[in-house]
Design a protein around this ligand. Sequence first.
Ligand code: MRU
Length: 365
Amino acid sequence: MKHKRSSTYLTTISWENDCVKLIDQTKLPEDLEVITCSTYLEVAEAIKRLAIRGAPAIGVAAAMGLALCAVKSSSSTKSKLMNDLKTAYQVLLETRPTAINLKWGLDMIIDEALKYDTIEEIKRNTVLCAIKMSEEDIATNKKLGRFGSYLINDGDVVMTHCNAGALATVSYGTALGVIRSVKESGKKISVIATETRPVMQGSRLTAFELVHDDIDVSLIPDTAVGHLMANKMIDKVIVGADRILRTGHVYNKIGTYQVALLSKSHGIPFYVAAPLSTFDLKNNISDIVIEERSVEEVIKIGDKRIAPTGVRIFNPAFDLTPPELIAGIITEKGVITAPYERNLTNLFNNEIKQTVSTHHSGKKI
Ligand code: MRU
């Protein structure tokens, strides 16, 4: 089947006139409001309060935040400017601990800054680098989406959890990028979105952007997943990821693990879609911090209290899904299957080899 050209998908974040513009996701689905950040501190605040969220989106936001710091800095020497960047790096890094893309985005900007000698060059090139990252994010999602689309049959019902869509990236999405690519290929597809308590990324964001793009979507409470699976109402599951270890262990939105367990026990393929920037080959499970968010998210729905005063609350934002529950990890380089440790090592070794040979072939020796 031939892939049709995409229509206009939502763009979550962009660089405009030395400011960062982003959709304020706390206002969705009622209002599609764009806010303007003119300092890195405003970007950090936007990440913290989930105005922008989703691993690839916060990676690009952090990179743009750091570029903003460079552009707005009044430092007169390279070393003073690098100190400003170091401070901003730390502030942005500490906004959220679980998604590795945040550090990835920040490191890219620091590496870029280190290449240049003058302040003007650093300012210009860090901005260009952040803009390039945002463009590459979309291209990556489209590649990844295309690989994933071959896993989906005409007429499939695909469940997703949380929001791994245009709103979690610069545009197009990872898990929802696969869905969009399936639709562009001409195959029929319908989506089941879980609400994703307590922040409701499924109902507020996934349902919103699929309705926006005219993709068939039904919303279910998180508690209905087992029932739908047992009644053969789901053919496949695709979710995003915040961090993937070299062993294939996947950190993603709280509730992902139970969706994966249910998928396994009902024989439903459970896929993870993520760009290579989400992989963390260095750290182990014991090194990873699972963000715990405010108790307010659990105690209240809107302004209404739904739990008694005095009750103890635990609100982890992410969980860990082990590789044996995962049918495949969809990346921009193809679909990785078990054994994950071996296959991921091979993939990244090839990446390194390719980068080295591209650098060499670029040079006139
Ligand atoms: O707390 P959030 O909304 O930032 O969590 C987002 C998720 O868990 C997404 O599934 C993940 O970042 C992948 S986004 C392509």
